[in-house]
Design a protein around this ligand. Structure first.
Ligand code: 13P
Length: 337
């Protein structure tokens, strides 16, 4: 089925029971991931790895969309040589593309980051649409530390996110708006909550100021967590209730869905948190996953760079995809692990 309007595409991306696979690691990030399993990061190996994920039999049952890196959008399946965007569309999975050019040092605040990539973005979006992409991703990074984040960092990143989102919608592409507050550090869950509130208020102010249609976008935020080095770690229930409460206070009901990043949580916790949030009633938007590491980690190690391991790696990927699919409906239980 050809999805035409921004609203149709956005709804399809966040339907309960399905979520997004973030497989858009840039070439340097992919090299880091491959190094962890002792595999050289060549174009051929990256193609083989993405092929393993994107051709996993039945993945379309749990996966609504895949975010790809520019290189992957131009690559093809190993068997049949079908361009990946065409392969995904034929399975009813929406092809997506990461369009930001990475987080760079923020001028006048050297410990903070600003995301690059607005120059030439309109022209790139036109090309990506022609290649079959129907949604895009732009990630802004907010770091918690001594005296940071500054409001300057939050505001400049929010402004850039809104400029990107407006350009996407102009080209018929659904923007995934991703303001990520990093959870590295000793901060408490209350600090995560306050900063996520401030960030989302600022992001939605900018989106409104720049005329972005809220029913034609998807939000990809961090969950509200205790800093990974914080001595007291919040329980799964506390994370779920504070995260939902945070969004109830900041995210307009017109947004069709919130698709979380995993942000370095373990695979199991990322699933448990999503499930617990979906057991809370009364939310106006769908809550699902847009995980990178939490969907891929077991598959990456099982694959280990060898064609022989593809079936076991696909099985490992499908297991996480299925658990997260259940969690997107609040139907997962920890004893399934
Ligand atoms: P993680 O789920 O590994 O955080 O990655 C999601 C993502 O797309 C980050 O931009």
């Amino acid at each position: 089925m050809e999805l035409k309007s921004l609203q149709d595409i956005g709804e399809a991306m966040v339907t309960p029971g399905r979520g997004i696979l973030a497989a858009d690691e840039s070439t340097p990030t992919c090299a880091k991931r491959f190094e962890s399993i002792g595999v050289e990061s060549t174009e051929e190996n990256r193609n083989a790895y993405r092929d393993m994920l994107l051709t996993a039999p039945g993945m379309e049952e749990y996966i609504s969309g895949v975010i790809m890196f520019d290189e992957t959008l131009r690559q093809s399946t190993l068997h049949g040589n079908v361009p990946f965007p065409e392969h995904l569309s034929s399975k009813g999975v929406v092809p997506g593309i990461k369009v930001d050019m990475g987080a760079k040092v923020l001028a006048n605040s050297p410990d903070e980051k600003i995301t690059d990539g607005l120059d030439g973005l309109r022209e790139r979006l036109i090309e990506y649409y022609d290649m079959g992409a129907r949604f895009a991703k732009w990630r802004a990074v907010i770091t918690i530390g001594e005296h940071i984040p500054t409001h300057y960092c939050i505001a400049t990143n929010a402004h850039a996110l809104a400029r990107y989102a407006a350009l996407c919608q102009e080209q018929g592409i659904v923007p995934i708006v991703e303001p990520e507050i990093l959870m590295d550090g000793t901060h408490t869950i209350e600090e995560s909550y306050d900063l996520t509130i401030e960030t989302l208020h600022t992001v939605f102010y900018e989106l409104a100021s720049q005329g972005v249609q809220l029913d034609g976008m998807v939000l990809k935020p961090n969950m509200v967590l205790s800093g990974y080095e914080c001595e007291t770690q919040a329980s799964v229930e506390q994370v779920a209730s504070m995260t939902v409460d945070c969004f109830m206070n900041t995210v307009p009901a017109a947004v069709p869905g919130i698709a979380f990043l995993s942000g370095g949580q373990s695979d199991e916790l990322a699933t448990a948190h999503l499930n617990a949030m979906n057991q809370i009633d009364g939310k106006p938007w769908n809550l699902t996953f847009s995980y990178g590491r939490a969907l891929q980690a077991p598959a990456l190690s099982a694959w280990g760079g060898s064609a022989e391991n593809v079936p076991v790696a696909q099985e490992a990927f499908m297991k996480r995809a299925k658990f997260n699919s259940l969690a997107s409906k609040g139907e997962f239980s920890a004893d399934m692990e």
